[in-house]
Ligand binder design. Structure first.
Ligand code: ASP
Length: 332
């Protein structure tokens, strides 16, 4: 029988109703008591890392999860991480960079309704997560939710209330589950040795452009951070408005070693800065990178992972465009 470690972090799945609203209360072993059939699938050990709403997750929590995976990696065949849905895609992306070339399944799941509600998706998601954690076909970080297996670098929460809360962006689902039976379309098995990374650079910021965004906002964010991710409009580009203040501040900050990643606020199909003249001015600067088909969640986590290792522009470019866990397909 396979040995699986379940790591509890909180979220709706573990929540109970309190006078202040839903609050994470249940630990992993208590969650498992609602789904006794999991005992027939595998032998499970539990570790409660923390019990918080995922709104309160920070990069330090990502480091704690990754550390727990590293310490226990050799002892188990697979891992299930129960987590709030709101920031699960960010955690899945971060873990995909912190635990690379994993040859075992690291499955994240959660629920839109607490496990003690009659109409809950928790039991289905939890059981499916264990089926996937026991699988020989899956490896690396995935989100398992509402019968779908989504690559950790490609996941996004796209519905705030429906059970089918997650989508795979610019990449197909890896597998589906029907009646807890796993059907794999893509099997990303890894034959290399897993590599664990421990540091993240937290001074990475993200801004979404709106019509009329003041250059001062970008100036402030760039002065406070080592990198700024800009969610541009459409395939990408920065407004020149009536003057060129925005482009001038990009030049000023990048000359001082700050990095900018231009990506798109459009969910599907990615960026292409070469299309419009408003994007052209950004091309060719080694401190300006382009997100292409990556999710913003993945770009954010990848920059934190890269900048913890180097600030050399050539090396940052090499690491950024080198695919990790299928996070990028289109590279210009
Ligand atoms: N606010 C909750 C959380 O992210 C929502 C959920 O788990 O579905 O922890």
């Amino acid at each position: 029988m396979k040995k699986i470690l379940m790591l509890g972090t909180g979220g709706t799945i573990a929540s109970e109703m309190t006078p202040e609203g839903l609050t994470p209360e249940l630990r992993p072993a208590q969650l498992l008591s609602y789904v006794p059939a999991i005992k027939d699938l595998c032998q499970v050990d539990c570790l409660s890392l923390f019990n918080i709403d995922s709104t309160n997750i920070t990069p330090r929590h990502w480091c704690a999860i990754s550390r727990a995976l590293e310490l226990n990696y050799h002892l188990y065949d697979g891992f299930v991480i129960s987590h709030g849905t709101d920031t699960m895609a960010y955690t899945a992306a971060a873990l995909s960079y912190m635990v690379q070339d994993a040859d075992k399944p690291i499955i994240m799941t959660g629920a839109q309704k607490p496990i003690n509600y009659d109409s809950t998706d928790s039991k289905l998601n939890l059981t499916d997560a264990f089926v996937c954690a026991c699988s020989e076909e899956l490896a690396g970080v995935d989100i398992v939710f509402s019968g779908r297996v989504i690559l950790g670098t490609r996941a996004r929460k796209t519905c705030s209330k429906s059970f089918a809360a997650f989508s795979s962006i610019n990449y197909p689902d890896l597998a589906i589950l029907q009646d807890h039976r796993l059907m794999c379309y893509i099997s990303p098995r890894c034959r290399r040795k897993p590599r664990f990374f421990h540091q993240l650079e937290e001074r990475v910021a993200l801004v979404k452009m709106v019509p009329g965004t003041e250059p001062e906002l970008l100036d402030f964010l760039l002065s406070r951070n080592k990198a700024l991710i800009i969610e541009c409009f459409g395939v990408g580009g920065l407004p020149s408005y009536e003057d060129s203040r925005l482009l001038e501040l990009v030049e000023r900050h990048t000359a001082q070693g700050k990095f900018i990643v231009a990506t798109t606020q459009v969910q599907n199909e990615g960026s292409d800065l070469s299309v419009y003249s408003v994007g052209h001015s950004l091309k060719g600067n080694p401190y300006v990178l382009e997100g292409f088909d990556m999710t913003t969640e993945a770009v954010y986590a990848k920059m934190m992972w890269i900048l913890a290792q180097t600030r050399d522009a050539e090396e940052v470019n090499r690491l950024f465009y080198a695919p990790v866990a299928h996070d990028i397909l289109h590279r210009g």
